[in-house]
Design a protein. Structure first.
Length: 259
């Protein structure tokens, strides 16, 4: 039995059906078995460059940062310092490996079913993996996820999942497979919250709410953000900040009575 056949068989068992499962159910089962925690489908034509318009369906794959899971399952109080330390580094090597494995398996499945596809790898450090970083720039994971109704963009310019906030790693597949799509998100759900704006040490966040109709209007001054990253790298050897994401996630954990 080929790997694709095994995935399809597992998907059939997961959906409890005796007949071949739908494409969407198969893909979701493949992704889940690879370790992906968030899966969604959306019409991404509005976010595609002309050379990708023949692949109008987006498959969004998300893996939750391990620090969020750790905090959700913690026993006893967590200090602000420990919280910031756990969440400040966006790098998640395990999550990246999970997403890359899911991309390979989904690609194999779509190819076997006769559909075209293009895999957009998870976000990476451009200095460490320049080729993968170049591929990421061809398409926005945020666009795919908002088209799939999996979240909205916060004032910090990051994708906010309704449960996990900005601490989710993303990858995307675009394809011509006839998948059922979810309703897209059209505007921010931040309300009056401005914690990320206050938390930014560079003053890089404009504070304007995200709206899909605004297109590519810049919400964050990337040059100011880069300045802080450079300073942190010189001081600690780690090119990280994450103050905006930490403030956002902390607020969500408090609201849900986890902290």
């Amino acid at each position: 039995m080929t790997a694709v056949a095994r995935y399809a068989r597992r998907a059939e068992e997961a959906t409890g059906r005796d007949t071949a499962p739908s494409l969407a159910a198969s893909i979701e089962a493949i992704a889940t078995q690879a370790g992906v925690e968030v899966v969604g489908f959306g019409d991404v034509r509005e976010a595609l460059t002309p050379d990708f318009l023949h692949l109008p369906q987006g498959i969004s794959l998300g893996v939750v940062h391990p620090a969020v899971t750790l905090l959700q399952n913690r026993r006893g109080p967590v200090s602000d310092r420990a919280l910031a330390r756990a969440l400040s580094d966006h790098r998640d090597t395990r999550g990246q490996a999970v997403l890359e494995a899911a991309l390979r398996r989904i690609a194999e499945y779509l190819r076997a079913e006769g559909y075209r596809y293009f895999c957009c790898p998870p976000e990476v450090d451009p200095m460490e993996t320049p080729f993968a970083a170049l591929m990421v720039r061809r398409f926005s994971h945020k666009a795919a996820a908002t088209c799939a109704g999996l979240g909205t963009v916060g004032r910090h310019g990051l994708l906010n999942h309704p449960e996990y906030g900005p601490h989710v790693g993303w990858a995307t597949v675009v394809t011509n497979a006839p998948l059922p799509v979810n309703s897209p998100e059209f505007e921010s759900r931040c309300g009056d919250c401005g914690l990320c704006v206050s938390a930014c040490p560079a003053g890089a966040i404009s504070g304007r709410p995200w709206r899909r109709e605004d297109g590519m209007v810049r919400m964050v001054d990337v040059d100011k953000c880069r300045t802080v990253l450079d300073e942190n790298e010189r001081a600690t050897g780690r090119r990280t900040c994450g103050c905006c994401a930490v403030a956002c996630t902390k607020a969500r954990l408090i609201e849900s009575s986890i902290l």
